[in-house]
Design a protein around this ligand. Structure first.
Ligand SMILES: [Cu+2]
Length: 158
């Protein structure tokens, strides 16, 4: 039995519309999102020690010191800030370089100060791969939808 042409047109339109929608969404994500990361500094550690963002994100690191004056120096981005208890500091930057970047305390705060380090991991933003996954999901959904419809149509009348 030939597939009903109006069903084909409907499914075709649906696939096209959803695919365009799926492609448009990751394109927006490529611009990055706003990431606010709160880091607590205490002798002699940062919490969290590892911060993950995506390339293109606009990052705000809020450094809060809970015991003494601590600082943060972000290698690779060459940014620093200093926080005192009750006076948090901010690092604001665009994560435009991928990779792992060490950050360390920039204030000599005690004997274990050299070990007061953390890591910023800037992951790659993969809009194309996300779009392909979205497209695959939509296609599978459309095929399933069409299969269900034609299966019903093919059933013998009661
Ligand atoms: Cu320190």
């Amino acid at each position: 039995m030939a597939p009903n042409p109006s069903h084909l047109a409907f499914v075709g339109t649906l696939v096209l519309a959803l695919a365009l929608g799926a492609l448009a969404a990751p394109a927006g994500a490529e611009d990055g999102s706003d990431r606010v990361v709160h880091i607590t500094a205490r002798s002699f550690a940062f919490d969290p020690e590892i911060v993950r963002v995506n390339r293109g994100d606009r990052v705000v690191i809020e450094l809060e010191s809970v015991d003494a004056t601590h600082g943060i120096f972000l290698d690779g981005y060459e940014l620093s800030a200093k926080a005192e208890p009750g006076h948090p500091a901010q690092l604001v930057f665009a994560a435009d370089k991928t990779g792992s970047f060490r950050f360390r305390c920039s204030v000599a705060c005690g004997n274990l100060h050299p070990f007061m380090i953390g890591q910023l991991k800037v992951g790659r933003n993969l809009p194309l791969q996300r779009a392909l996954v979205a497209l695959a999901v939509v296609t599978v959904g459309a095929v399933w939808f069409y299969g269900t419809r034609s299966g019903r149509k093919g059933r013998a009348p009661d």
